[in-house]
Design a protein around this ligand. Structure first.
Ligand code: FAD
Length: 319
């Protein structure tokens, strides 16, 4: 803990500058990088372009005792207004190798899901249409077991390469990912870093694949506030209920406090109308949760993860 307090970005940057394949940014405003468009600066934002450079950063962090935060496309996080101390590894879009081997696509953890879906469609491979509109990265999607409509990462991921909390490199195969609803082995081991994701698909008629992708895009466009800044569904689905319906029933659809609020189009989405701080957004989570509890005595648990230097953490994703 003492070492974390002593973190000196310039000193860390000088050490990391010896590693090839990295882009380093000091005091980088996360409001420009998160899909919520909120959040303070990362002390040192590190973007690795190769697996080797990624592994080397993790090793240096362990040697030096630097705090490390990993992000993909920052589409499921709320970063504190005070920002993120230590090193923030931002993998998307830098770690973006993507190749096809037979019916398997091999993706760097930072590859955006829409790129994987596009490559699959070009190669007449089906099974990834569900993810074409999810604005995450391969690594973030595995971590969360992202899913939509009738698909999820659990159905297509056969192997991941990772570097563990202790710096050891490893791989997970099939069931070892322990996928569940918005859950994976990695969400239970947040110190582990996903480096590569292998996705197994099947051959199909390309026109049928493009049709399904268009259908997914249309359904999202009609039901979700895609023009607003958000992190997707704010809350997990409580067993036996739908979060959006509970929120509507509690009269919170379209609720607003300053520039943050609940979408008027989809009550499950908390949105930044422009210029809201992360604290403003967090307050909406708390207001919604309270309103739903007051009406239905159901506790909502956030799907969005709090990242960075928060004074208080009124909820954690697994609470
Ligand atoms: C408009 C909108 C629509 C959305 N729709 C959906 C949807 O339909 N279905 C759905 O499931 N989600 C949806 N989401 C949420 C989000 O896109 C997914 O959860 C996505 O998988 C997150 O990926 P990411 O790369 O952005 O992860 P981030 O937000 O960057 O990170 C999320 C978590 O994963 C961890 N993480 C990220 N990358 C790695 C890595 N390489 N190694 C280890 N840990 C890592 C982070 O530390 C963090 O805890 C939506 C979001 C938005 C904004």
């Amino acid at each position: 803990m003492e070492k974390q307090m002593d973190f000196k970005p310039e000193q860390a940057g000088r050490i990391l500058a010896e590693i090839e394949g990295l882009t380093l940014l000091y005091d980088a405003p996360m409001s420009q990088r998160t899909q919520f468009r909120a959040g303070g600066p990362a002390d040192l934002l590190v973007m690795p372009r190769t697996l080797e450079s990624l592994y080397s950063v993790k090793e240096r962090c362990l040697e030096e005792g630097w705090p490390l935060t990993v992000l993909g496309r920052a589409s499921n996080v709320l970063v504190s207004d005070r920002g993120i101390r230590g090193i923030t590894l931002l993998l998307s879009p830098s770690l973006s190798f993507l190749e096809r081997k037979g019916e398997t696509l091999i993706a760097g953890a930072g590859v955006p899901l829409y790129r994987i879906a596009a490559l699959a469609a070009r190669h007449s491979l089906t099974g990834f249409e569900f993810a074409s509109g999810i604005p995450g990265s391969a690594g973030g999607a595995v971590f969360m077991n992202a899913g939509a409509f009738d698909g999820n990462m659990a159905g297509v991921v056969t192997r991941t390469l990772y570097i563990g909390e202790d710096g050891r490199r490893g791989e997970l195969l099939g069931d070892a990912h322990d996928f569940g609803y918005r859950h994976s082995y990695y969400s239970d081991h947040p110190g582990a870093l996903i480096a590569q994701v292998d996705i197994r698909l099947q051959e199909d008629d390309p026109l049928a694949i493009y049709d399904r992708m268009a259908d997914v895009a249309r359904r999202r466009y009609l039901s979700q506030p895609l023009a607003s800044h958000s992190a997707g569904s704010a809350f997990r689905r409580p067993p036996g209920y739908f979060a959006g319906k509970l929120i509507s029933d509690a009269g919170m659809k379209g609720y607003r406090r300053g520039q943050a609020g609940v979408s008027a189009k989809h009550a499950g989405f908390i949105v930044n109308h422009g210029g809201a701080s992360a604290s403003d957004i967090l307050q909406i989570f708390l207001d919604v949760r309270q309103a739903v509890f007051d009406r239905d005595q159901v506790s909502l648990h956030p799907e969005v993860r709090l990242v960075g230097d928060w004074d208080v953490r009124p909820f954690d994703p697994e609470d």
